[in-house]
Design a protein around this ligand. Structure first.
Ligand SMILES: C[S@@+](CC[C@H](N)C(=O)[O-])C[C@H]1O[C@@H](n2cnc3c(N)ncnc32)[C@H](O)[C@@H]1O
Length: 355
């Protein structure tokens, strides 16, 4: 919903958890700045950009790094004020679209974009294009980094903490928001015809909504494992007693803690598009699956419905579009055997090829 932006809470009104979240994000941002003199602009999410620029400057000061602030109200013609004070190591931090359009040294070293709910939902929102860092600030108490350009930092530096933070805040209310979808999960698992007594793993199991259906499908002698990267999601799965249907494992889909060819069926709902490299993810899923084993990719809404819910238009190149998925499964050791992207569900299945 559009409306007045919710302001970023003052430090003193944040909870302990929110303070740690803000601090973690600011530390990540400072860590990716180039050494020595650098120019940084924070844009998007007005008026949040000024607050984030201010907090970034405070963090630099705390770390003893010289820093000059160019604010949205600093006259653009008065650039000398920061030239006068600066040292060879001064980081200049500006905010707002005016400064973004006019880098003092010809080009910004780092452009940070704040992603917030649109004040006008019909407005074109291309400001994030070409930015080096994207911070989701839909919840101003809970910033989450969604992207950092490879040239600034390797994914391994920030992916785990930020991916977890993105889902951690959603775990407690996940089933209240999406609980109605349970019959669709049951139907998808039934349709996939899992082998009785087999080993089924739900990767990115979240609160475990598919786990009872998977247990029912493989029977009491089968093995069901629910794996997720976010501890809060697994805690919520246990709260819903879904640990009675499966063993819950904290782990990363990109480095599965299972041996080669040990799994009969991999179920993954809503996971692939959250992986930074979907094809590499499919390759890791293939590694653990025995030849002839199955992959079931599911979502309780079709891609078009999901895109509409998130205010996006459908992209024919996205990983779950049919042609890219056919390609990436083939390249990663799977053969796509069915593909259904209707309004009320996405269900694609693939079979593990022999090496
Ligand atoms: C959109 S949610 C779907 C949850 C659940 N499958 C469902 O359908 O309700 C995506 C889940 O994938 C998990 N996830 C994201 N990246 C992951 C990774 N690299 N390894 C394992 N789980 C991951 C998240 O923690 C989250 O629980």
């Amino acid at each position: 919903m559009a409306g007045e932006p919710v302001s970023v809470p003052e430090w003193q009104t944040l909870t302990g958890e929110q303070t740690r979240r803000w601090t973690e994000v600011l530390d990540h941002l400072v860590a990716v700045l180039p050494p020595g003199a650098a120019t940084v602009v924070v844009d998007g999410g007005t008026p949040h950009s000024a607050v984030v620029a201010e907090r970034l400057a405070d963090t630099l000061h705390r770390l003893g790094r010289p820093c000059a602030r160019l604010t949205d109200t600093t006259p653009l013609a008065d650039e000398d004020s920061w030239h006068t004070d600066r040292t060879p190591d001064t980081v200049a931090i500006a905010d707002g679209p005016r400064w973004r359009a006019r880098p003092p040294t010809g080009k910004w070293d780092v452009v940070i974009w704040l992603r917030t709910p649109p004040v006008d939902p019909t407005a074109h929102r291309s400001g994030g294009n070409g930015c080096d860092v994207v911070v989701d600030l839909h919840d101003p108490g809970w910033p989450v980094i969604r992207q950092i350009a490879d040239r600034l930092a390797s994914l391994e530096r920030w992916y785990l903490s930020e991916s977890r933070a993105f889902f951690a805040i959603r775990a407690a209310t996940w089933d209240t928001r999406f609980g109605d979808d349970l019959p669709a999960y049951r139907a998808a698992v039934t349709e996939a015809r899992l082998p009785a007594d087999g080993v089924a793993v739900d990767i990115g199991c979240g609160t475990g909504r598919a786990l009872p259906a998977l247990r029912h499908a493989v029977g009491p002698n089968g093995t069901v494992i629910g794996l997720d990267i976010t501890p809060q999601m697994l805690a919520s799965a246990a709260t819903h007693s879904r640990d009675a249907a499966a063993t819950l494992v904290l782990g990363d889909a990109r480095h599965l803690p299972f041996g080669d060819a040990t799994v009969d069926v991999i179920f993954a709902a809503g996971l692939i598009t959250h992986l930074p490299d979907p094809e590499a993810g499919l390759l890791e899923l293939a590694r653990t699956t025995r030849p002839g084993g199955r992959l079931v990719l599911f979502h309780p809404s079709g891609r078009a419905a999901l895109a509409a819910r998130h205010g996006r238009t459908l992209d024919p190149d996205e990983p779950l579009a049919e042609a890219p998925l056919r390609r990436s499964t083939l390249h990663s050791g799977w053969q796509l055997t069915s593909y259904d992207d209707s309004e009320h569900r996405f269900l694609a299945t693939a079979t593990r090829q022999s090496n």
